[in-house]
Design a protein around this ligand. Structure first.
Ligand code: NAD
Ligand code: DAU
Length: 351
């Protein structure tokens, strides 16, 4: 039987990871895709029901900070490629529990780097460790300018500091041990299967439940939004065509002030729910600001565009509309993730 390349995707039960797993399982029958995830509150195997029976897919429930277990899995499955997405990913949670972010994002990345190095050192040819990171490592922009791959790191939240730290360790392993790595730093993702603690799904859920829409501060904070499936496509390209030791910035060429985005979301929701114009906007409530709130993120994605030919496939209006439709058609999913009932799904499916 032909050898299937063994690819590890960490955090594959999460928001972005599940889109990457689906893309790889369907597109690369010659790979065996191992999705390793601890299934924290943010991980949900329901996201992958459509691929879970594929012969080139396996799920491994494990904690990336558990060194003996991770080493055992690397010894057993000899992962030739790693796409590392597992992380604590929510800025607000990092403000209330920073240590959890150091543990998972820094220590977890270290454990994976060591395990990869241990099995492949001396035989790195054809192997690759791809670390998925964020634009937040660059800190904040003022009213103008863009983050490029050479912008100095200047993280402001415990989340972004932990991601910056993990990026540095990945790079250090490349310099010190010649470990073949790639890093990409992406802007804000939105789309299907995002846990409703982040702005867009939280506000969709709140509109459905007729709850207030809590806009932090004056709402004049700016983010650069990218549809999650476009990010997954970019990850595929970087993993296969990117240069070792390179960094790629990925962004949507799509800046929105929070308050303008929320108004657009409200307008689309009113139309889809057949409510009178202006109904959802009445729920907007300005609340206490996030401490250390970064004013503006915006990515210069010209390197990945020019070198690898990547560009986003949908406009924000289209992507947002698809996203809302998905949430409206998957109210059970929303109910399950907010109630924690998806744990029952996991027990039933795998035990
Ligand atoms: P997410 O929170 O939706 O998913 C994270 C996944 O990691 C979950 O499935 C969770 O169960 C798993 N996980 C957490 N701790 C773990 C551990 N100790 N061991 C194993 N698995 C663990 O996150 P996301 O939004 O999909 O982000 C994925 C990656 O992309 C993260 O590294 C994040 O920093 C990065 N990123 C996210 C965005 C964004 O807008 N969401 C943008 C740029 C970069
Ligand atoms: O830029 C990439 C990053 O984008 C990723 O690395 C993170 O994992 C991801 O969570 C995201 O971080 P943000 O903090 O930008 O995303 P969030 O959805 O939490 O917030 C988006 C903006 O909306 C931000 O300016 C804060 C604001 N906000 C958020 C929430 C949850 C509100 O005004 N009210 C809210 O209730």
């Amino acid at each position: 039987m032909k050898h299937k390349k063994s690819i590890l995707i960490t955090g594959g039960a999460g928001f972005i990871g599940s889109h990457v797993v689906r893309l790889f399982v369907n597109k690369y029958p010659d790979y065996h895709i191992f999705n390793l995830d601890l299934l924290t509150y943010a991980g949900n195997l329901e996201n992958l029901q459509d691929v879970e029976k594929s012969s080139n897919y396996s799920f491994l429930k494990a904690d990336i900070t558990n060194e003996p277990e991770i080493n055992k899995l690397f010894d057993l499955y000899r992962f030739e490629g790693v796409i590392h997405l597992a992380a604590e990913s929510h800025v607000d949670r990092s403000i209330s529990d920073p240590l959890a972010f150091v543990k998972t994002n820094v220590m977890g990345t270290m454990v994976l780097l060591n395990a990869f190095k241990k099995i492949w050192e001396g035989d790195f040819n054809g192997k690759r460790f791809y670390h998925i990171s964020t634009d937040e490592v660059y800190g904040t922009l003022g009213d103008t300018g863009l983050f490029s791959e050479t912008t100095p790191y200047d993280p402001n939240s415990p989340y972004s500091a932990s991601k910056a730290s993990s990026d540095h360790f990945v790079r250090a392993y490349g310099e010190t041990y010649k470990l073949p790595y790639i890093i990409s730093n992406c802007s804000n993702n939105y789309g299907e299967n995002q846990f409703p603690e982040k702005l867009i799904p939280l506000f969709i859920n709140n509109i459905l439940e007729n709850k207030m829409l809590p806009v932090y501060g004056d709402g004049n904070y700016t983010r650069d939004w990218l549809y999650v499936k476009d990010h997954a496509e970019a990850i595929d390209l970087v993993f296969h065509k990117g240069k070792n030791t390179a960094t790629y910035n990925i962004g949507g060429f799509n800046e929105w002030k929070n308050i303008d985005l929320v108004k657009l979301l409200c307008q689309q929701m009113d139309v889809k729910l057949s409510k009178p114009k202006g109904t959802s906007e009445k729920l907007i409530t300005f609340v206490k600001d996030r401490p250390g709130h970064d004013l503006r993120y915006a990515i210069d994605a010209s390197k990945i565009s020019q070198e690898l030919g990547w560009k986003p496939s949908v406009t924000f209006e289209e992507g947002l509309s698809k996203t809302i439709d998905w949430y409206l058609n998957n109210k059970d999913w929303l109910e399950n993730v907010t109630s924690g009932a998806y744990q029952t799904y996991y027990e039933k499916q795998y035990k």
